[in-house]
Design a protein around this ligand. Structure first.
Ligand code: PGA
Length: 251
């Protein structure tokens, strides 16, 4: 059966020393009170090695927030999936809406990134979600269907089984405006149906689909109680140990 996961997305926040401190705090909190879900922190590239050294991988997973769409070579400033894996990380967020919006990531580049992540045994946390205009004009289901189909449906069933999905309505990210638990559940059930059409019910039932967008301790329990919501991808609230643990303990 699918796993429940709470994953932090630190985005472009904290210096290395601040990040190591935060990771240590989360690690200690998880040692003190065992979580009822998998817990992961996705951190800036610069933080991966020191954070990997500071945490216990048996209680806290580690991921990057992106990786390159090429294997290696003359791509100044890029960080490859192999480099990420060599730090000890085992997850990578791909296709976050901020990457799609500000850095022009397309489904085509994302297919390359997903393939390279999988080759290097990194588990992609693949993000999808509509913008406000699409929510309001009613095209949100089709937008998300397209993102899933274009980004992932080239994968074999075996490889698709390694993907974690994160539904993040763009209008809810960092805005304080959370999707209602019903809106999240409806979309997650829709996404699971899209997966079932392509890969069958068993694979669809085994896929973890996380919700992201202003998830916080006060709304996590209601969201996670929905049958198709298998956890959260947490931005702002992942930057304070107490808030992040408040979300983890919603399971
Ligand atoms: P937020 O971000 O929790 O700050 O809304 C979520 C995300 O972008 O992954």
């Amino acid at each position: 059966m699918r796993k429940n996961i709470v994953a932090g997305n630190w985005k472009m926040n904290t210096t290395v020393s601040e990040g190591v401190e935060l990771a240590k705090e989360v690690n200690a909190a998880l040692k003190a009170a065992k979580a009822n879900c998998d817990v992961v922190i996705c951190v800036p590239f610069t933080h991966l090695c020191p954070v990997a050294a500071a945490i216990d991988a048996t209680v806290l997973g580690l991921g990057a927030e992106n990786c390159a769409d090429h294997k290696s070579g003359a791509y100044t400033g890029e960080v490859s999936a192999a480099m990420v894996a060599s730090t000890g990380a085992n997850y990578v967020i791909l296709g976050h809406s901020e990457r799609r919006q500000y850095y022009g990531e397309t489904s085509e580049t994302l297919r390359e990134k997903v393939a390279l992540a999988l080759e290097n045994n990194l588990k992609p946390i693949f993000c999808i979600g509509e913008v406000l205009e699409e929510r309001e004009n009613g095209t949100f289901n089709e937008v998300v269907r397209c993102q899933v189909e274009e980004g992932l449906f080239n994968l074999s069933a075996e490889d698709f089984g390694k993907i974690v999905l994160a539904y993040e309505p763009v209008w809810a990210i960092g805005t304080g405006k959370t999707a209602t638990a019903e809106q999240a559940e409806d979309m997650h059930a829709f996404i699971r149906g899209v997966i079932a059409e392509k890969y069958g019910k068993e694979i669809a039932d085994n896929t973890s689909i996380l919700y992201g967008g202003s998830c916080k301790p006060s709304n996590a329990a209601e969201l996670f109680a929905k049958p198709n919501v298998d956890g959260g991808l947490i931005g702002g609230a992942a930057l304070k140990c107490a808030d992040f643990m408040g979300i983890v303990s919603a399971f």
